[in-house]
Design a protein around this ligand. Structure first.
Ligand SMILES: *[C@@H]1O[C@H](CO)[C@@H](O)[C@H](O)[C@H]1NC(C)=O
Ligand SMILES: *[C@@H]1O[C@H](CO)[C@@H](O)[C@H](O)[C@H]1NC(C)=O
Ligand SMILES: *[C@@H]1O[C@H](CO)[C@@H](O)[C@H](O)[C@H]1NC(C)=O
Ligand SMILES: *[C@@H]1O[C@H](CO)[C@@H](O)[C@H](O)[C@H]1NC(C)=O
Ligand SMILES: *[C@@H]1O[C@H](CO)[C@@H](O)[C@H](O)[C@H]1NC(C)=O
Ligand SMILES: *[C@@H]1O[C@H](CO)[C@@H](O)[C@H](O)[C@H]1NC(C)=O
Length: 938
C-alpha cells in the first residue's frame, strides 16, 4: 500500500505535489461560468433558460448531437415535483442506432474536466419500463445506467483528462430499453485537482459527501463551488454530532479548493469520549468493471479554537491499515487532505479515524469523496481524422451510423469508412466511399486532413465547384473517383503529376463542366474535326468470362496431393518481376468479400458469370472481385480451373489471384486491380473516353501479352493452353502494362502426347478461334498462337476480328488482301495518325499473319513470337529517336495531341529504305505466310 506524502509540515496533506498547472489551465483559473457546457437534453429547438438554482444557462442539445437522431419527450406529469430541477422535465431518447453520441467542444486538449450526465426516466414513453444502457466517454466505457425506479434522479460523473479538443458522450443500446438522457454538464477543473486522474485513468464519482448538515436539501454546488462539484449533505445523528463555524475555512495551499461552505461543517463522534469515527461503504461494482480500484479523498479542518492542553490527533485506517503512520494533526481553520495514491480494491471499505493515545479530543472529518477508477486507455481514432470526418459528416449531412468514434469499436465503425488498426497506435481512416449517397456543394477541404487516406470515392453525387489541389497532396491516396458530379474548372497540376507517375488512379468522367485540358479551358468543339476527344479512361470494365460450380470446397485441402494432375510451375523464381510471387492466395469468407467490396458497391464490369466489383483489402490494396451470380448457368468447373491455375502460376504478365471465396453458394475471385480495363476498350471499344494507344504502346502490350502466353506454353509443365486469348482477356494496369486474364477455359495438356486432349465441346470466341481446332476439337498451344495473331491484327488495324464492312469478312482475310497490294497504310489504324515506324509495322503484320496460318504446323511458337515482337518494338523505339521514353504518355496529357505528335516528327514518304522494305514485305505477303525458317527457339 502506498503511503501518502505530506506537502506541508503544518498539515496532513496529500496531494501529489508536482502536478503541473501546465500553462493552459491558467486560462481556466477565473472560471465563473466560462468553459461550462450545460445542456438540457430534449429541450425543443434552440431554446435555453437560466437555471433557478445555479443561475447557469442551460441550452438545448441542438448542435451537440445529430438533429435527426433521437426524439424529444416530456416526462410524465406525475413525476414533476416542485423541487425537481427543470433539466429533468424533458429527455432526448434514442430508439435508433447502436450508439448515439453528443460531442462537447471546444475543450483544451490535455486538460482535466468534470463531465456529468443526468437521467430521470419519468415514464416519458408511457411504457413504465425504465431502461438499462451503457454510457461511454469517447471510446471508453464509462458506466452502466440502471434507472431502477421511474422517479429517481440518476447521475454519472467522471473526472477525466481529455486528449482532444472535444469529448464525446455516447449512449449505447444494450438491448435492455431505449437509451435516453436528461442533461449533460461539462466543467473545466484545475490540473492539480484529483491528481489520480490522468490520460489513461479517469475517476468515477461514487460519493461526494459534505459531512455535518442534517438538512438533505442543503446541496452545495455552483456558484458556491466555482467548479460545480455537487456536495451532498451527510449526517448520522445516532453516531455523530455536527461541529460548525461561521468563519471562512480556506487555505491557499488547498490543492482541491473545496469551498469554505463545505469545510465549515464537520462530524465528530456523538460520545466525546469515543476514540473512533467509523464510516463503512460497500461499493457497487459496474457490470463491465467488476473489480475497479477505489480512491478515497478526505478533507479536514479544525473548526474549534482548542485550549493549549487539548490535542486532536488521529490515524486514518482503511480496513485496519493505516493510511499514514504519522498521525493527522489539524490546525485551526487550515485545510488538509488525505487520500491514497494507488487504488484500493476491496469489496467493502471500513474507514476508521482513530485517535492517538495522546489525543484529548475525538477525530473529526469535514468532507469525503469516493471515486472508482475508470480506465481510459483505449485509443480513439486519430483526432485529426475524427475532426475531419465529423466535418464531412456535418457538411454532407451523412446520417447512417456516423456517430461517436469512426473506427472504434470495430463492430459499429462508421459505414462506408475503412480504418487501419495497428497495435499501440491510434486507428486511421484509410478509405471513404460516399458514392451515390447524395453529397452536394463543393468538395470539402477536410478530406485533405485525412492524412492516411488511400481510397476516396465521391462518384455519382451532386458535387459542384472545383477539385481541391490539396487532395493530390495526400501521400497515400491511390484512388480518387469524382466521376458523375457537376464539378467544374480544370484538373489541378498536383494530380497530373500523381497520375503521370502512376501513384494515383483518378476518375473524373461525367462532369460536364470539368475541363480535362491541362492548359486552358476551351470547349472541345473548337478543336478540328479530326480531333478525337481524348479523356482519361474512366469506366474500368473488366469483362472476364468465367463461371460457376462443384468440387471447389475440396480444392484447397487437396492442393498438394493433386499437384500431379495439374499445372506445376517450372522455375517459378526465374520468372522475373512479379510482386505476387510466393504470396499465399487467401481463402475468404463471403462476409469478407462484402467488406472488401463495401457491400458490392461499385460494379466494374459484367461477364457471363456475373459482375466484377471494385474492392479494397484492409491494407488499402485495390482489387477486382469477380462474383459468380446465383443465376449464372455456367458451371463451377471454370471457376475451379481458374483458381487451380492462378494459385500455382505467377508471372508479371498474367493477372494475379489474390484470394478466392467459396462460402456456401457464394463464389468469388479476388484479383489484382487492373485500372485501365481491357485492351478491347482501348482499341475497338469505340469509347471516346479512352485515349488512342500509340503504336509503341500497342507493341509493348503485344510483347507483354505474348510473354504471358509464352510462360503458359513453355514455363509451365505440362504446358497450359489458355483457349480464349482475345482483346477482352488482356487487361491493362495504370502503367498500361498488359496481363493475360481469365483462365476459366484453360487446359493443361500432356506434353508427351499432344493429341491426348480431346473435349467434346469447342470453346473460345468467334473470330479468334483456330480453324484447325474447330475441325479436330483438339486444342494445342498453336490454337493460342492463332488467337494471339488475331489480337495482333486488332492492334495493327484497330478493327474487330470480324468486320462489319465488308460484312462478315475476317480481319485476317482483310489484312491479307490489302497487304498483297503492298498497302500497309491501308490496314494501319488511322487513329495512330501515321505515327509509326513502317518497318516495325510491316514486321508486326507479318508475325500476325504467320500466327494465323491455317495449318498449325506453319505457325510460330510463342517463343519466336516474343522475340520477333521485341524486334518490332526496338525498331519503333529507334524510330522515335530515343524520345520514346519521355514522350510515352500515360493518358493524362491525352487531350494535348499536339504536344504528343510534335514529339514524333514523322514523314515516312521521305524514308526510302522503309519503302524498299515495304516492297520486300509485299512479296513476302503474296505467299502464304510462313515462319518455318524463322529464328530458332532459345
Ligand atoms: C505521513 O504524513 C506526514 C505528514 O503528516 C509525512 O511527513 C510522512 O512522510 C507521511 N508518511 C508516509 C509514509 O508517507
Ligand atoms: C413539452 O411540454 C412543453 C410545455 O410544457 C411543450 O411546449 C412541448 O411541446 C412539449 N414537448 C413535447 C415533446 O411534447
Ligand atoms: C438494475 O437495478 C436493479 C435494482 O437495483 C437490479 O435488480 C438489477 O440487477 C440491475 N441491473 C443491472 C444490469 O445492473
Ligand atoms: C495514470 O496513473 C496510473 C496510476 O498511477 C499510472 O499507472 C499511469 O501510468 C498514469 N498514466 C499516465 C498517462 O500518466
Ligand atoms: C505522545 O506524547 C508523548 C509525550 O508528550 C510523546 O513523547 C509522544 O511522541 C506522543 N505520541 C504521539 C503519537 O504523538
Ligand atoms: C442531385 O440533385 C438532383 C436534383 O436536386 C436529384 O434529383 C438527384 O437525386 C441528386 N443526385 C444524387 C446522386 O443525389
Amino acid at each position: 500500500m502506498e503511503q501518502p506524502t505530506a506537502a506541508s509540515p503544518w498539515l496532513l496533506l496529500l496531494c501529489l505535489a508536482a502536478v503541473a498547472t501546465g500553462g493552459v489551465p491558467q486560462a481556466r483559473a477565473q472560471l465563473e461560468s466560462k468553459g461550462f457546457i450545460s445542456i438540457d437534453c430534449g429541450l425543443p429547438g434552440t431554446a435555453s433558460y437560466v437555471d433557478a438554482g445555479t443561475k447557469l444557462s442551460y441550452v438545448s442539445d441542438a448542435g451537440f448531437t445529430d438533429d435527426a437522431a433521437g426524439a424529444n419527450h416530456n416526462i410524465s406529469a406525475k413525476y414533476i415535483r416542485p423541487q425537481l430541477s427543470r433539466r429533468y422535465h424533458n429527455v432526448r431518447s434514442f430508439p435508433d442506432g447502436a450508439r448515439n453520441c453528443y460531442t462537447l467542444r471546444p475543450l483544451v486538449p490535455g486538460c482535466k474536466y468534470l463531465v456529468r450526465a443526468a437521467f430521470l426516466y419519468g415514464d416519458y414513453d408511457g411504457l413504465g419500463r425504465p431502461p438499462i444502457f451503457n454510457l461511454h466517454l469517447g471510446v471508453n466505457y464509462w458506466q452502466t445506467v440502471n434507472v431502477s425506479t421511474p422517479g429517481s434522479e440518476v447521475t454519472a460523473e467522471a473526472i477525466v483528462v481529455v486528449p482532444d479538443d472535444f469529448v464525446q458522450v455516447c449512449l449505447v443500446n444494450t438491448g435492455a430499453g431505449t437509451p435516453f438522457v436528461s442533461a449533460l454538464e461539462l466543467r473545466p477543473l484545475k490540473m492539480k485537482f484529483y491528481p489520480q486522474a490522468n490520460l489513461t485513468q479517469g475517476l468515477l464519482v461514487e460519493h461526494r459527501m459534505n459531512l455535518g448538515p442534517a438538512d438533505e436539501t442543503n446541496i452545495i454546488r455552483y456558484p458556491v463551488d466555482p467548479y460545480d462539484r455537487v456536495w451532498i449533505p451527510w449526517a448520522d445523528p445516532k453516531e455523530w454530532t455536527e461541529i460548525s463555524t461561521t468563519r471562512q475555512v480556506q487555505s491557499d495551499d488547498d490543492d482541491y479548493e473545496v469551498p469554505s461552505a463545505v469545510m465549515q461543517t464537520a462530524v465528530t463522534p456523538l460520545n466525546a469520549s469515543k476514540k473512533n469515527l467509523d464510516i463503512s461503504w460497500d461499493p457497487v461494482p459496474q457490470p463491465r468493471n467488476p473489480s475497479p480500484g477505489y480512491f478515497i479523498v478526505m478533507h479536514f479542518s479544525e473548526l474549534q479554537i482548542l485550549p493549549s492542553s487539548a490535542v486532536r490527533q488521529f490515524y486514518v485506517r482503511i480496513n485496519g491499515m493505516e493510511l499514514n503512520m504519522t498521525a493527522a494533526k489539524l490546525y485551526y481553520h487550515g485545510t488538509g487532505v488525505i487520500s491514497n495514491v494507488k487504488p484500493y480494491r476491496y469489496d467493502k471499505f471500513n474507514i476508521s479515524l482513530h485517535a492517538t493515545t495522546n489525543s484529548t479530543l475525538p477525530p473529526i472529518v469535514n468532507a469525503i469523496e469516493l471515486f472508482s477508477v475508470m480506465p481510459t486507455s483505449i485509443l480513439g481514432t486519430d483526432s485529426q481524422d475524427v475532426s475531419a470526418s465529423m466535418a464531412i459528416k456535418d457538411k454532407y449531412h451523412v446520417q447512417k451510423n456516423w456517430m461517436g468514434d469512426p473506427c472504434i469499436p470495430k463492430t459499429i465503425a462508421w459505414e462506408r469508412l475503412m480504418c487501419s488498426y495497428t497495435i499501440a497506435q491510434t486507428p486511421r481512416i484509410i478509405s471513404v466511399n460516399l458514392s451515390f449517397s447524395g453529397p452536394s456543394g463543393d468538395i470539402l477541404s477536410s478530406f485533405a486532413n485525412l492524412k492516411a487516406l488511400q481510397y476516396l470515392d465521391l462518384s455519382n453525387n451532386n458535387l459542384t465547384g472545383t477539385i481541391p489541389d490539396a487532395l493530390s497532396q495526400l501521400p497515400l491516396l491511390k484512388f480518387l473517383d469524382l466521376s458523375g458530379n457537376q464539378l467544374s474548372g480544370s484538373i489541378p497540376s498536383g494530380f497530373l503529376k500523381r497520375i503521370q507517375d502512376g501513384s494515383l488512379n483518378l476518375r473524373y468522367g461525367n462532369n460536364l463542366n470539368l475541363c480535362t485540358n491541362n492548359n486552358s479551358c476551351q470547349p472541345a468543339k473548337i478543336k478540328s474535326k479530326r480531333a478525337i476527344k481524348f479523356v482519361v479512361p474512366i469506366a474500368v470494365t473488366m469483362v472476364i468470362v468465367v463461371v460457376a460450380l462443384t468440387l471447389f470446397s475440396s480444392l484447397r485441402r487437396k492442393k498438394r496431393g493433386s499437384m500431379k494432375n495439374s499445372v506445376k510451375p517450372q522455375n517459378e523464381t526465374t520468372n522475373d518481376g512479379d510482386t505476387s510471387l510466393g504470396l499465399e492466395t487467401r481463402q475468404l469468407t463471403y462476409i469478407e468479400i462484402e467488406r472488401i467490396t463495401n457491400n458490392l458497391r461499385h460494379v466494374l464490369g459484367k461477364g457471363g458469370f456475373g459482375y466484377v466489383y471494385d474492392g479494397f483489402l484492409e491494407d488499402g490494396t485495390q482489387v477486382a472481385v469477380k462474383i459468380r451470380s446465383q443465376s449464372s448457368n455456367q458451371g463451377d468447373k471454370e471457376f475451379l480451373a481458374e483458381v487451380q491455375i492462378l494459385t500455382r502460376i505467377h508471372h508479371k504478365n498474367l493477372v494475379s489471384l489474390i484470394g478466392f471465396c467459396k462460402d456456401g453458394e457464394h463464389m468469388a475471385l479476388v484479383y489484382e486491380f487492373m485500372s485501365r480495363g481491357t485492351l478491347q476498350e482501348h482499341i475497338v471499344g469505340g469509347d471516346h473516353n479512352t485515349i488512342c494507344l500509340s503504336w509503341r504502346q500497342r507493341l509493348k502490350i503485344a510483347v507483354e501479352s505474348a510473354q504471358g502466353l509464352e510462360y503458359l506454353h513453355k514455363g509451365c509443365n505440362p504446358p497450359l493452353i489458355h483457349r480464349d486469348v482475345k482483346a477482352t482477356n488482356i487487361l491493362l494496369n495504370t502503367r498500361f502494362e498488359a496481363k493475360i486474364a481469365d483462365f476459366g477455359l484453360s487446359k493443361a495438356f500432356n506434353h508427351d502426347n499432344e493429341t491426348q486432349i480431346s473435349t467434346n465441346v469447342i470453346v473460345g470466341t468467334r473470330g479468334y478461334m483456330d480453324p484447325e481446332y474447330q475441325t479436330t476439337g483438339q486444342p494445342t498451344t498453336k490454337s493460342d498462337v492463332y488467337s494471339f495473331g488475331v489480337v495482333l491484327l486488332v492492334l495493327v488495324t484497330g478493327k474487330p476480328p470480324t468486320l462489319h464492312n465488308p460484312q462478315g469478312i475476317s480481319i485476317i482475310e482483310w489484312v491479307q488482301q490489302r497487304l498483297a497490294k503492298g498497302n500497309i497504310e491501308g490496314v494501319v489504324d488511322v487513329r495512330m495518325h501515321g505515327d509509326h515506324d513502317v518497318n516495325s509495322m510491316w514486321k508486326a503484320a507479318d508475325i500476325a499473319l504467320k500466327c494465323t496460318a491455317q495449318a498449325s504446323s506453319r505457325r510460330p511458337n510463342m517463343i519466336d513470337v516474343v522475340l520477333q515482337l521485341q524486334e518490332c518494338l526496338k525498331l519503333e523505339e529507334d524510330h522515335a529517336g530515343g524520345e520514346a521514353n519521355t514522350s510515352f504518355y500515360t493518358g493524362i496529357y491525352s487531350n494535348d495531341q499536339n504536344l504528343r505528335y510534335d514529339a514524333y516528327p514523322t514523314n515516312q514518304s521521305t524514308n526510302v529504305s522503309q519503302s524498299s522494305t515495304g516492297f520486300e514485305m509485299e512479296h513476302s505477303f503474296g505467299r502464304v505466310p510462313t515462319m518455318d525458317n524463322g529464328p530458332a527457339a532459345r
